[in-house]
Design a protein around this ligand. Structure first.
Ligand SMILES: [Zn+2]
Ligand SMILES: [Zn+2]
Length: 245
């Protein structure tokens, strides 16, 4: 698949990774009240247990705990209860959660591209993106401990069939997303050895999404992960012209 583009998929693709990078913003949804994080507003908080669920405020987080507790504890313990020959690498479990939270925008964008949701929104219910990582615990830069080993499109049932609690959580997000006009919840599975993390992304209706469709998403994903960059800003073409982010 040798696609030629007049511009790279990310506005800052060629900039120097060693420069202090801006943290990515936006597209975070409060799991309690449904508010969307705004670049100008205060930063949403991440649940420290599952590192997946986000809240606009401490109040919302407190209010949500009673209903969130089951999936939160399930998600965090599922990752540390792998039955194997030895103890689970807790460092890896934590590093993987941190990785997912640092690269939320990049992973969400890659899932959107991989499932071709702009062209085929119904894919959101059929397929999931599996990102396979390798781990280099000795890398001196904590943001460069992972690299992308491979990416695969898998049936979404691969995630939901084996795990009713996760399936319920995805369905709950999906229902909410569709009530507000979105197409549903894209599922991205991040896997490193025997440890995996499910990242659900609520996706807007295609006409609201201005991200350009790209075939080079896998290269872009690798590039940003490999360089330890968390400043990914996808190119979008809108009626106003080309914008970044
Ligand atoms: Zn809220
Ligand atoms: Zn949680």
């Amino acid at each position: 698949m040798a696609a030629v583009y007049t511009q790279p998929a990310a506005a800052n693709y060629y900039s120097n990774p060693s420069q202090p990078s801006m943290k990515q913003r936006g597209y975070r949804i409060c799991d309690q009240c449904g508010a969307v994080e705004q670049p100008s507003g205060s930063r949403f908080r991440l649940c420290g247990g599952c590192m997946t669920t986000q809240y606009c405020s401490q109040d919302c987080q407190k209010m949500h705990w009673a209903s969130h507790k089951a999936i939160c504890q399930h998600t965090s313990s599922a990752k540390s209860s792998v039955v194997g020959s030895g103890a689970v690498d807790e460092g890896l479990v934590k590093a993987l959660r941190k990785f997912t939270s640092l690269h939320t925008t990049l992973l969400g964008w890659a899932g959107f591209q991989a499932l071709q949701l702009k062209r085929m929104p119904s894919n959101v219910r059929q397929s999931a993106l599996l990102v396979e990582l390798s781990y280099r615990p000795s890398a001196s830069d904590p943001n460069r401990r992972f690299s992308v080993k491979g990416t695969h499109i898998v049936p979404r049932s691969y995630v939901t069939d084996n795990d009713p609690l996760v399936a319920d959580d995805i369905k709950r997000r999906e229902d909410r997303c569709r009530r507000s006009g979105g197409i549903g919840t894209a599922v991205i599975l991040i896997q490193c050895g025997e440890i995996s993390q499910v990242m659900p992304v609520e996706v807007d209706a295609p006409n609201k999404i201005s991200w350009d469709q790209r075939d080079d998403w896998a290269d872009v994903l690798s590039h940003f992960v490999e360089a330890g960059r968390t400043d990914f800003a996808p190119i979008s073409t809108t009626a106003r012209g080309i914008v970044y982010g």
